[in-house]
Design a binder for this molecule. Structure first.
Ligand SMILES: [Mn+2]
Length: 289
């Protein structure tokens, strides 16, 4: 019987995550996999003050800062939009931290899958190496197995659609999302890949080939408006792209993109998180770290 990871103590003191040994990590990953597997692909968020966190990419201190803002700000829940690993200095700590939060209080913590929570991507951008430096062979696949069951998107009570990349060409209804396959280390579904990889663009109206992202799409205002009208949505909240100010609004404010790490790849990013009040107002908050 493996030693259980003490996720409640991590909730009280995030740095406790540094004390996890191999058995605790094994248990954390197995319990996370089982918890995600029991969730739907599309999470439903009921009315309440909600904090959204964009890419953190191994920046454990930025994630801790976001969690402090959540804890001290009277929030009902926190939603992470993916990209916990790759690039940063403390990728294992960052991943273990968000997984611990999710297990400690599942009703208050939601985790979505980012494009870096896929095998081919995190093999290339640092996570495989970060795991190999601290844990025996085999753990890299255990992490990816847990990641493969992460939910893909969420929708709030007041019509905000939250997803890592964006809308997908060929996906007309949010109701289709629950039917998409999960549990693949490397997603094979074109729609899953687009949800994780697509980027908005003011230069196109519908969908267009995105040559920066190797085969995925740009989506324009027309494509987004059509999707939002068909699904009774009012805003798309996503992450996935770096902006020096930590955010960018597109399409007259119908889309908000946030990035929550700081100092990403040597760039002086002013990381931001997004706050949704229980009245449905969306505001931005700066992240140090
Ligand atoms: Mn991304």
């Amino acid at each position: 019987m493996p030693v259980r990871a003490d996720v409640s103590s991590v909730w009280e003191d995030p740095d406790k995550v540094r004390e996890f040994g191999e058995e605790e990590v094994t248990n954390l990953l197995q319990e996370s996999l089982e918890a995600f597997r029991d969730e739907r692909n599309l999470l439903r968020i009921g009315r309440g003050k909600t904090l959204f966190v964009g890419d953190t990419h191994g920046n454990f201190s930025a994630t801790k800062e976001a969690f402090r803002a959540f804890s001290s700000g009277g929030f009902d829940r926190i939603v992470f939009l993916g990209d916990y690993v790759d690039r940063g200095e403390e990728q294992l700590e960052n991943a273990n931290f968000v997984l611990s939060l999710r297990l400690a209080k599942p009703e208050r913590v939601l985790l979505l899958r980012g494009n870096h929570e896929t095998f081919s991507t995190n093999s290339r951008y640092g996570f495989r190496q970060a795991v190999a430096e601290k844990l025996p062979e085999g753990f890299f696949v255990l992490y990816n197995r847990a990641f493969s069951y992460l939910p893909l998107a969420a929708v709030t009570w007041d019509g905000i659609f939250a997803v890592h990349g964006g809308i997908a060409e060929g996906l007309d209804s949010i109701g289709q999302i629950d039917g998409l396959p999960r549990g693949e280390l490397e997603p094979t579904s074109d729609l899953v890949l687009q949800l994780l990889w697509n980027d908005p663009s003011e230069e196109v109206d519908g969908f267009a080939f995105n040559d920066q992202r190797g085969g995925f799409c740009y989506y324009g205002q027309g494509a987004l408006a059509k999707f939002m009208d068909a699904n009774g949505l009012r805003m798309l909240l996503r992450s996935h792209e770096v902006f020096l100010e930590g955010f960018k609004r597109f399409f007259g404010g119908k889309l908000l993109s946030i990035f929550s790490s700081t100092g990403y790849c040597g760039l002086p990013i002013k990381g931001k998180v997004a706050c949704l009040s229980s009245d449905g107002e969306v505001s931005l908050m700066g992240i140090e770290g």
